[in-house]
Design a binder for this molecule. Structure first.
Ligand code: 4AD
Ligand code: MG
Length: 431
């Protein structure tokens, strides 16, 4: 007899098959038991009819507890009433591992309780759907960059210096010296771009940021493309093409997950239409002022400001050319305006906030040296980075997409903690 996964049920209609599964949920009467089976690939219904099976099989179905693991044997049939479309008529059921007093029951639980049980909460249908969307975004990322001729490069996690804000560094000991967990692979990706042209990274990054919002993780995964011989405008074109590709891939390959998440697919479809609007920081400040926001030119936007600007459009937008003073040392100033830099943040619609930060990089040796000094950075630590401007410097640009921000938005999840299997938050490193 064939052992199959639930996701492949449609290929086996009318066949007798064996499936290893867990009991996600169950209801039964004196004559019939409905088992909601899950095996990791999907969820579907198993039906046990008392009059059609041996007595002990029906008894086992009635007594089996939530999250017990089982082997079932039965025949696959179509089930027009369920969204999944198929079910199994069980004739034999064998318990593999019993589950006693499973803590997560179908009733409502508080978030802290669910987070304490994250290792079990991951089994729930909504969490399962979010992880499928996450997986699809990762898969589509590799596909997109491979199609576009990028090479995947892995920057180090342990570093000797800051890539972004020095106040958010995670410190650790590196034998007899100090080291930090990577905040961004960008500086190394710039070196890689000078060796391989167009490159991208995908890896964990760390911010020792005391932010407790629905958008901040302490440990998050970032995709960081870097392109030699490309200016900021060309980089923006790659960014919007990439994000539209991610959304189309999720629409194409996660249809059922989007149903489970009750995500509006028509809205997602809209986000695949290019180009995305471009709004300058100056225009954004004017717009905010005209709408009674208390903003001053030169300050960063908070999330209410970002959300307001994004709400003026029905797609993701770029906010361009922020003031130099609030951006990192490596950004290239605007050619005709010393006070702003060639950068952009992509802001997702529906209040999800910044999902991409990117810029053209300072490629001039003298200017970069001055910036390092102005930011009070230890020149010795950045000699290798300055070398990229000593030996055949070229215009180059890149950006970073926060994977969990993208997952939260595309799956329509409320809080970023559900976009990563085991979130590291300000108050949480368990489980
Ligand atoms: O804007 P950020 O800090 O940019 C950089 O790190 C650049 N070095 C990237 C580059 O140009 N290669 O971070 C990039 C993105 C943000 O837009 C956001 O999506 C995400 O990373 N991000 C976070 N996601 C979750 N939790 C946090 N604490 C995050 N901080 C940034
Ligand atoms: Mg940013």
């Amino acid at each position: 007899m064939k052992k199959i996964q639930i996701i492949d049920a449609k290929k086996h209609v009318g066949e007798k098959v064996k499936i290893g599964a867990w009991i996600a949920n169950k209801r039964s009467s004196g004559k019939i038991a409905f088992l909601n089976l899950r095996d990791g690939s999907a969820f579907f219904q198993g039906v046990v009819v008392k009059s059609q099976v041996e007595e002990e099989v029906f008894a086992a179905a009635k007594n089996v507890t939530q999250e017990s693991s089982v082997w079932v044997i039965g025949t696959i049939s179509e089930d027009a009433r369920s969204k999944f479309g198929y079910e199994i008529h069980i004739e034999s059921l064998e318990v593999i591992g019993e589950s006693v007093d499973y803590p997560i029951t179908p009733k409502e639980h508080g978030t802290e309780f669910l987070m304490d049980n994250r290792h079990l909460w991951l089994r729930s249908s909504k969490q399962h759907a979010v992880m499928q969307v996450r997986n699809e975004i990762i898969r589509a990322t590799y596909e997109f960059y491979n199609q576009e001729g990028f090479v995947k490069v892995d920057p180090p996690i342990l570093t000797g210096s800051a890539a972004e804000n020095t106040t958010e560094l995670f410190h650790t000991e590196y034998f007899d010296r100090d080291a930090y967990l990577s905040q961004s692979g960008q500086l190394y990706m710039e070196a890689a771009a000078m060796a391989l042209g167009k490159v991208f990274s995908f890896g964990p990054t760390f911010r020792a940021e005391k932010s407790k919002t629905r958008r901040h993780l302490i440990e998050f995964w970032m995709i960081e493309p870097e392109m030699a011989f490309m200016d900021q405008d060309e980089s923006l074109e790659i960014q919007e093409k990439y994000v539209a590709y991610l959304i189309q891939s999720v629409l194409d390959n996660c249809d059922h997950a989007l149903d489970v998440l009750e995500r509006d697919k028509e809205l997602l479809k809209k986000y695949t239409e290019l180009p995305y609007p471009r709004v300058s920081y100056d225009e954004a400040v004017d717009l905010l002022k005209a709408n009674d926001f208390d903003v001053t030119w030169g300050e960063d936007f908070g999330s209410p400001e970002e959300t307001f600007i994004a709400e003026q459009y029905d797609k993701p937008i770029f906010i361009l050319n922020y003031p130099k003073a609030i951006k990192p040392f490596y950004m290239k100033p605007h050619p005709t305006r010393e006070d702003i830099v060639l950068c952009a943040d992509m802001i997702a619609p529906e209040g999800y906030g910044e999902i991409i930060g990117g810029s053209q990089r300072e490629d001039d040796y003298e200017a970069l040296g001055k910036q390092l000094e102005a930011f009070d950075l230890d020149m010795k630590e950045y000699e290798w980075y300055l070398d990229l401007r000593r030996y055949g410097s070229v215009p180059h640009s890149g950006f970073g997409l926060g994977l969990e921000r993208a997952v939260t938005w595309i799956s329509g999840t409320e809080h970023i903690r559900e976009a990563i299997p085991f979130p590291r938050l300000l108050n949480r490193i368990y489980p």
